[in-house]
Write a protein that binds this ligand. Structure first.
Ligand code: ADP
Length: 514
């Protein structure tokens, strides 16, 4: 038997998580895109700077090759001054025409350079990050020249564009098997651990003589995510959701109260109607007796005596007046009874699901049930019934309220807990559906059972005894019945029977009922 869950499911938690994750993902993606863009910008600047340096080396060497040298391998004045101007130049070497290089690697590189008619790298010392660049001698008295370059000083510290980010990039120059480290990046322990290789850049320098490939790599990972804004987003979305949730709860509560007030108003009107009908019924009999008595008295008065005594005439007039007033009062009562005893005059029957209507009512009464510690269950189902929604709601509300009152007056002995079961059953053969409202309260005293549906019969202090008669007349107006019995092992059971909706009527759940 599926129990109706009365407290609302805390939906806000998964919604908050989903909202937080979605917003967080957008924030992180945006932050990564920003950092990638900054890295690419820095990488392009670094590439341009290094290419410019390479071009600078070519220009210095070309100038040196045109100038006469002092002696082979000996630094002259210019050779002394150049390293002061360019910090990356460790040494400037010259070879006088007709003399040979001390270092055979320089001689071999010069031969190659002569063939290519461009500067040539003679040696790369990756361990210390240095390389030597040679140009051949050209005609006109100039000698061959070479530059020993320190890669670490190719770019001045202030110029390097990739050192001011949140995580500096590792930068190397690669030429064949040689790798010159320009910037080792942060130590392994300080690198952010991420799932990807991070941001990378690889591009050969724009130089024919020094075709190094510049490779940059910057690690990125959760340690660099914008945790401040992420936390702010989580708090803001949580606060937004909490106020939306609060607003929704208040709205629900307001709707529930309005619905209960409407039911209470309908119950009051029904009670008044029942009271008027009961009074009319009770007063009608004495009134009929008064009318009959007056008419008999009128008939018995001696008539046709002349001259007639004055008293007799006055008495006749008084009796006629009394009879006319009694008739008038009887007419008023008859009109009143016609009005209040025909609840079908306003009924608008339609196909509706009994279990859905019961579940909606229980949801409405949920706070009340919770407050009183009463468990309520709706079970079973039936094809759509043909009923007036307002009248049906009123009957079920009355039955559940009666059960609640009975449970409050005499709760079941521990360890049993107070409960109300609303069982929906179908009797397809009779084309009727049944709603059994059962509680485990005190039940109905045998002597009270036959009188329950009498107007003004009540066993409760302050009770009016009009609820059940009203329910019965509402049930009858819908072509149904209402009866009461005691349940086993304890409690009362009210059975409401209603006709099933005609086969052709549209199913309230959207399909055509069978
Ligand atoms: P009221 O509630 O004003 O007494 P009702 O017509 O609703 O009028 O109920 C008439 C009587 O039926 C109640 O006084 C009570 O004795 C009895 N009764 C109704 N419902 C139950 C129930 N669930 N358990 C026990 N007695 C009930």
């Amino acid at each position: 038997m599926p129990a109706l869950r009365l407290p609302p499911v805390p939906l806000w938690l998964p919604i908050w998580l989903a909202l937080g994750l979605a917003g967080g993902a957008v924030l992180v993606r945006w932050d990564i895109a920003q950092r990638r863009e900054a890295f690419q910008d820095g990488a392009r600047v670094a590439h341009r700077l290094l290419s410019q340096r390479a071009a600078q080396h070519d220009a210095i060497l070309a100038t040196l090759a045109l100038l006469p040298a002092a002696s082979a391998g000996t630094p002259d004045d210019l050779a002394l001054r150049l390293p002061q101007l360019y910090p990356q130049l460790l040494a400037v070497l010259r070879r006088e025409p007709g003399r040979a290089w001390d270092d055979p690697a320089l001689a071999a590189a010069e031969d190659k350079a002569r063939l290519r008619r461009a500067a040539e790298i003679a040696a790369v010392d990756a361990r210390v990050g240095r390389y030597t660049l040679v140009v051949p001698a050209v005609g006109g008295g100039g000698g061959a020249a070479a530059l020993r370059i320190d890669a670490h000083h190719l770019v001045l510290p202030g110029e390097w564009p990739l050192r001011n980010g949140r995580s500096p990039a590792r930068a190397v120059l690669v030429l064949g098997p040689h790798t010159l480290v320009l910037d080792p990046g942060p130590p392994a322990a300080a690198r952010p651990a991420g799932l990807t290789a991070g941001f990378t850049f690889a591009q050969a320098l724009a130089s024919a003589s020094q075709p190094f490939e510049l490779r940059l790599q910057q690690d990125t990972g959760p340690a660099q995510w914008p945790w401040g804004p992420l936390l702010a987003w989580a708090l803001a979305s949580g606060a937004g959701l909490a106020s939306a949730w609060q607003w929704w709860r208040t709205r629900q509560e307001r709707q529930r109260s309005a619905e209960l007030a409407r039911l209470a108003q309908a119950a009051r009107l029904g009670t008044l109607g029942g009271m008027a009908a009961g009074l009319a019924h009770e007063v009608n009999q004495p009134l009929t007796a008064v009318l009959a008595g007056t008419r008999t008295a009128l008939r018995l008065l001696p008539a046709g005596q002349a001259p007639e005594p004055e008293d007799l005439d006055t008495a006749r007039q008084a009796l006629e007046l009394a009879a006319a007033q009694a008739r008038r009062a009887a007419d008023v009562l008859a009109r009143l009874r016609r009005l209040v005893e025909r609840p079908d005059a306003t009924a608008a029957p339609q196909a509706m699901r009994l279990e859905a209507s019961v579940a909606a009512l229980l949801a409405l009464l949920a706070p009340e049930l919770r407050r009183r510690g009463v468990r309520a269950e709706v079970a079973g189902q039936a094809p759509p019934v043909w009923a007036d929604p307002v009248a049906l709601e009123q009957v079920v509300h009355n039955l559940v309220t009666n059960a609640l009152q009975a449970l409050e007056d005499a709760p079941p002995p521990a360890p049993e807990t107070a409960h109300i079961v609303l069982q929906v059953q179908a009797d397809n053969a009779a084309r009727r559906a049944r709603l059994v409202v059962r509680d485990n309260g005190p039940g109905i005293a045998p002597q009270a059972l036959p009188r329950l549906f009498e107007p003004f019969f009540t066993t409760r202090r302050g009770g009016l005894g009009l609820g059940l008669p009203l329910c019965e007349s509402l049930a009858q107006a819908m072509g149904g019945t209402l009866c009461a019995r005691n349940a086993a092992p304890r409690g009362a059971e009210f059975v409401l029977e209603l006709p099933l909706a005609p086969a052709s009527s549209p199913d309230p759940s959207g399909t055509i009922s069978a």
